[in-house]
Design a protein around this ligand. Structure first.
Ligand SMILES: [Zn+2]
Length: 326
């Protein structure tokens, strides 16, 4: 009778390939993504930082400034990279892109120099517009290495988002990771065609969108919640050992709606961001500059304030309060 003998096979090392470079266990590299030069002939590099632990594990990617003026996320990525100088990864790989849209960041604007919103051009193409080319390079050269993506965003001009994570219905792994991140609010929302979230959902890769604060601003609450959340995911995936703080439990909201201005005028907000509101409660007033009219803005349903319009002046139809419902 033939005897089988079990042979100890060394565990195959996971291949981590970013921008055509193979990153080996224990390596820490900064790679440059090059998409286009400026019209000054200055070449533009988009740094991609890769930290790989000696031990295999999941690959988490964190990225910020898909919209060039959303600076809060850049600070969150920076703080994680600083922490990595003292606390190396125990397992897996972290890919960090502090500033994806370097072109927009230089001009402190949301879009690329051609006015296009990068987050409407995924998966992109090699011969398309600048937005399309940048999306294409990220999709082809970086994203295949990532198992999970956390994308850090902020509200547009005069829109102050309360710290929240958004995930797509049906992306159960993302919901699990969102609970690990433990932000104040988790919101289920639909994807927009051409967005990175839509692309990731179609490719069945978990993706979390962190929406917090406003563009062109450093907001302490945004930065603290974001840094804590990313840290918690790194710890939850056993990429970082050490302290795991106690989860507070996020409010999980299933849908949301904007309350819009029925009148034009000066906006006075009377409710704090993140507040729970009951139906009919006054959220603010719209006054005219002459002291002759005052209109109440009331909550059309009970829910939680997810975003405030901080503009002093609003026009009829402007989005004022984003309210999430349980
Ligand atoms: Zn954004």
């Amino acid at each position: 009778m033939a005897r089988s003998r079990k042979v100890e096979q060394p565990e195959a090392c996971k291949l981590v390939r970013v921008l055509g470079e193979s990153v080996k266990p224990g390596e820490h590299v900064t790679l440059d993504m090059q998409v286009a030069k400026l019209y000054t002939r200055t070449s533009v590099e988009i740094p991609v930082v890769v930290h790989r632990a000696k031990q295999d594990g999941p690959t988490l990617m964190i990225m910020a400034a898909v919209h060039g003026d959303e600076v809060g996320g850049i600070e969150i990525v920076r703080r994680i990279l600083v922490e990595l100088q003292h606390r190396s990864l125990e397992r897996g790989t972290l890919i960090a892109i502090p500033v994806l849209n370097v072109f927009g960041f230089l001009a402190m604007q949301r879009e690329l120099p051609d006015g296009r919103d990068l987050n409407r051009y995924f998966p992109g193409s090699a011969k398309g517009s600048l937005a399309s080319r940048l999306a294409h390079m990220l999709v082809r050269e970086v994203l295949p290495a990532a198992d999970v993506v956390i994308d850090l965003h902020a509200g547009g001009a005069s829109r102050m988002n309360y710290p929240q994570l958004r995930y797509t219905k049906g992306d159960e792994r993302a919901l699990e990771l969102a609970r690990m991140f433990d932000p104040p609010v988790i919101l289920r929302s639909n994807t927009i065609a051409g967005s990175l979230r839509h692309h990731m959902f179609c490719h069945e890769k978990p993706y979390l969108l962190y929406e917090s604060g406003a563009s062109k601003q450093f907001d302490d609450h945004t930065i603290q919640e974001g840094t804590r959340g990313v840290t918690r995911v790194l710890e939850g995936l056993d990429m970082w050992g050490g302290p795991k703080d106690t989860p507070r439990g996020a409010a999980e909201l299933m849908r949301s709606k904007w309350v819009r201005a029925n009148y034009s005028g000066l906006l006075e907000t009377t409710i704090p961001n993140g507040a729970y509101v009951s139906k009919g409660i006054i959220l603010g007033h719209i006054n005219d500059p002459y002291g002759t009219s005052l209109h109440h803005v009331r909550a059309p349903f009970a829910g939680r304030i997810l975003c405030l319009n901080t503009s002093p002046v609003v026009n009829q139809g402007d989005a004022l309060f984003h309210i999430g419902r349980e």
